[in-house]
Design a protein around this ligand. Structure first.
Ligand code: UDP
Ligand code: MG
Length: 314
């Protein structure tokens, strides 16, 4: 019997030549009503693009989009959402760490009526101590300084209903931090836990630099706290300068200090306090402009087997 719904799968691919054929085979074995499996080649330097093309030639369900260079995992997900048009869209990594078997559970939850089915990675089995604890404390910091409820261990393995994907298509934020944006969007959301499998082939494509960039993108897109710290420090400095101001004045009146010293100290202390304070305030506004004014596209497509579906409605 034909299913009354369709699924698109989006998979960011960065140097995953050995993993993608295995992943695609496992997905097709599930025998689900797939509309498209979209491989987003994020400027791979190995033969991933050639493999994507081969897979597409063998099976028309498998499509590919190829970037002009490496734009990053989050941009690859944006491209996936932009090109998807099924009733629900599932994003997952291309290294088999996200268990294929969980897809049926994601769909079951969606069929129950949830618009967003998130997954939460259990870090119990994580062998890399740095990754385990940096992730734990990062999410704690993020929930402390932002108003968005970003759950510890949120993964980019999730299902979105078509209506949520249509909103994702319209988001112009760049860089985008999906783990923050998705809870921010609202709708009916649920969470399911999973234990990540071992990467099938190759090593993690998230270098320390990429991890730091992602972490900073999360903080700077959802919090102005770092800028506020400057304002706060400026205010504290003004307070202490004012106290010192009184002390210097008393010293001037009651004892013999070097002429000129008191006035120079007062001017120095007060002006530097005000400078810090106003720099902080200025930073607040520059930060806002910085976040909203970057109109550069999140990615550039060099070649693809599909065309972008432009939603003119609504
Ligand atoms: N990835 C990507 N662009 C990048 C880095 C990673 O498209 O610049 C893809 C990668 O191929 C994989 C997913 O993003 O499908 C997650 O990356 P990885 O498995 O290396 O991250 P980890 O699991 O180590 O956090
Ligand atoms: Mg991985």
């Amino acid at each position: 019997m034909r299913a009354d719904y369709s699924i698109d799968i989006i998979i960011p691919v960065y140097n995953e030549e050995q993993n993608i054929p295995v992943l695609c085979e496992k997905l097709l074995e599930l025998n689900l009503p797939f509309h498209k499996i979209i491989l987003v080649n994020d400027g791979s330097s190995d033969s991933s693009l050639g493999i994507c093309k081969e897979l597409h030639a063998k099976n028309s369900l498998i499509e590919y989009i190829s970037f002009s260079r490496n734009f990053g995992h989050q941009a690859a997900l944006k491209a996936g959402y932009d090109y998807a048009d099924a009733d629900c869209v599932i994003s997952m990594d291309g290294d088999m760490q996200h268990p294929v078997e969980l897809i049926e559970t994601l769909i079951a939850k969606w069929r129950e009526g949830y618009d967003v089915v998130n997954t939460i990675r259990s870090d119990k089995e994580e062998k890399k101590i740095f990754k385990k604890y940096s992730s734990l404390y990062y999410y704690r910091l993020l929930s402390l300084i932002t108003s968005v409820d970003i759950k510890q261990g949120t993964a980019d393995f999730r299902l979105l209903d078509k209506k949520v994907v249509d909103i994702c298509k319209k988001l112009g934020e760049n860089p985008i931090f999906w783990r923050g944006i998705i809870p921010w969007l609202g709708f009916k959301q649920t969470f399911i836990g999973y234990t990540p499998q071992k990467r099938l082939y190759g090593t993690s494509k998230y270098t320390l630099k990429k991890m730091i960039n992602l972490a900073w993108s999360g903080i700077s897109s959802f919090s102005l706290l770092p800028l506020r710290i400057a304002t706060f420090l400026g205010v504290i400095q003004i307070f202490f300068s004012a106290c010192y101001f009184i002390y210097i004045l008393l010293m001037y009146l009651l004892s013999n200090v070097e002429p000129g010293w008191s006035s120079i100290m007062i001017i120095l202390l007060l002006t530097s306090g005000f400078q810090m304070c106003f720099l902080g305030i200025l930073g607040e506004y520059v930060g806002k402009i910085f976040i909203s004014e970057k109109n550069r596209p999140a990615y550039i497509v060099e070649s693809s087997s599909i065309v972008k579906v432009i939603n003119f409605g609504k």
